[in-house]
Design a binder for this molecule. Structure first.
Ligand SMILES: C=CC1=C(C)c2cc3[nH]c(cc4nc(cc5[nH]c(cc1n2)c(C)c5CCC(=O)O)C(CCC(=O)O)=C4C)c(C)c3C=C
Ligand code: FES
Ligand SMILES: [Fe+2]
Length: 383
């Protein structure tokens, strides 16, 4: 049964798609991301899709049962959290805005590949990968650039989305005349670092001089299961790269620390955890923190709920009310939009369809999806 709010969403989506896709686009930019529920009714299917995605999470036993069980068990609590941030994830709204601004900029920066049109491909909600490719094929574009919206690459997130494209084209033919290329990661882009540096500076400016001097910058990224880290997933080191470049941009003005949030399920995950770090540092006498969500480019449940409500409000009360300011996600920051446009423009100028890093698997990868997917990308990108 599709609820009234979901029906409204699909109708609005259809109208927007009609308005945006003029049918004369030459270059398609496919914006890959996980997506988030468009309504509270969609939370169960969203969680089910995440927890049964074997590229995202592998259980040591009973994979077919444990995933759906954890998804079902989490549903009421996660629905409550989405209700507290307005009833849906803002990822779709922000991705649309970023896509519009990016294409507008690209039309000026790269007239020879214009008009550019963005297509959103979400892994766990609509618009899906299949919908994105069906639309761009219908629009008759000449080339497609698959652009991951995760700055840092993890096999659990970016990898799962890339594997989904491969799985789609196992079911149907890839259009022969379509030029295809991939932007898989951009953790070291200077304008990404500049965006975060600007956002952090603005928060620091809100503090009195004394507080500003003592503020500890806590970069917080979504954690990963330790099994994925030990398999060789490059996400932790790429998050570290972004952190270093942001601090360099800030001229190492304050102390900083990288911490990890949003552990799911009972298995061990990469730490130190953000909430434990806040507790530890306040016990050490620190009283002022700047929290920076460093591994996602738009607001989502983990910034609006976990950071803003659970840590800045609830946890702060428990630990003697330190000052905690949370830096906004890049969203539609003008330097961030410049970063997106520069990444695509540099890619267009490079004549490189895919990175060598992307085609190489983790040293301990045993996932056959990765093997076959990377073979497919080599072929389709003419490597
Ligand atoms: C950007 C980095 C992310 C990594 C790495 C990541 C790994 C990862 N996540 C789960 C399970 C869940 N993630 C959930 C939400 C969620 N995850 C990310 C980002 C990363 N996840 C974002 C941006 C969001 C929020 C989406 C939104 O709607 O706003 C959820 C659902 C929420 C919840 O239940 O808490 C789950 C479940 C695993 C298992 C994993 C690594 C293996
Ligand atoms: S798990 Fe990293 S390439 Fe397969
Ligand atoms: Fe997640």
């Amino acid at each position: 049964m599709i609820s009234f709010s979901n029906k409204l969403f699909y109708l609005r989506n259809l109208l927007q798609t009609r308005q945006l896709h003029t049918g004369n686009a030459k270059t398609a930019i496919v914006m890959l991301n996980m997506g988030g529920p468009h309504s509270l009714d969609e939370v169960p299917s969203f969680l089910h899709k995440i927890m049964t995605d074997r590229d995202m999470i592998q259980f040591p036993f009973m994979q077919d049962r444990l995933g759906p069980w954890i998804a079902k068990r989490r549903t009421p609590e996660v629905q409550k959290r989405y209700a507290e941030i307005g009833g849906c994830s803002p990822i779709y709204k922000w991705t649309q805005k970023q896509g519009e601004l990016l294409c507008k900029k690209l039309d000026t920066l790269s007239p020879s590949t214009a008009p550019h049109q963005y297509y959103i491909a979400f892994r766990y909600t609509t618009p899906s990968t299949e919908e994105a490719f069906t639309s761009l094929e219908k629009d008759g574009v000449d080339r497609v650039i698959v652009f991951s919206q995760y700055p840092q690459y993890s096999c659990a997130t970016s990898g799962s989305s890339f594997n989904e494209i491969f799985k789609l084209f196992k079911k149907r033919d890839f259009p022969k005349s379509l030029k295809f290329s991939v932007i898989d990661r951009w953790p070291a882009h200077p304008l990404l670092a500049k965006t975060f540096a600007d956002l952090i500076s603005k928060e620091l400016q809100k503090l009195s001089e004394d507080k500003r001097k003592e503020a500890l910058i806590l970069f917080s990224a979504h954690s990963l299961p330790l099994a994925a880290v030990n398999r060789g997933d490059s996400y932790p080191s790429e998050v570290g790269t972004t952190v270093q470049l942001v601090m360099q941009e800030l001229n190492y003005c304050n102390p900083h620390q990288l911490v990890w949030q949003s552990k799911v399920g009972p298995l061990p995950w990469l730490g130190p955890f953000t909430d434990e770090a806040l507790k530890g540092y306040t016990a050490q006498g620190k009283k002022t923190f700047i929290l920076v969500p460093i591994a996602f480019v738009n607001e989502h449940i983990e910034t609006l709920h976990e950071l803003d409500i659970e840590y800045c409000k609830d946890l702060a009360k428990e630990i003697n009310n330190p000052t905690i300011l949370r830096v906004p996600a890049p969203n539609d920051h003008p330097i961030f939009i410049e970063a997106l446009a520069d990444i695509v423009k540099t890619h267009l100028d490079s004549n490189r369809s895919v990175s060598e890093k992307f085609l190489n698997r983790c040293p301990h990868c045993v996932n056959m999806n990765c093997l076959h997917s990377k073979q497919w990308y080599s072929k389709i990108c003419n490597i």
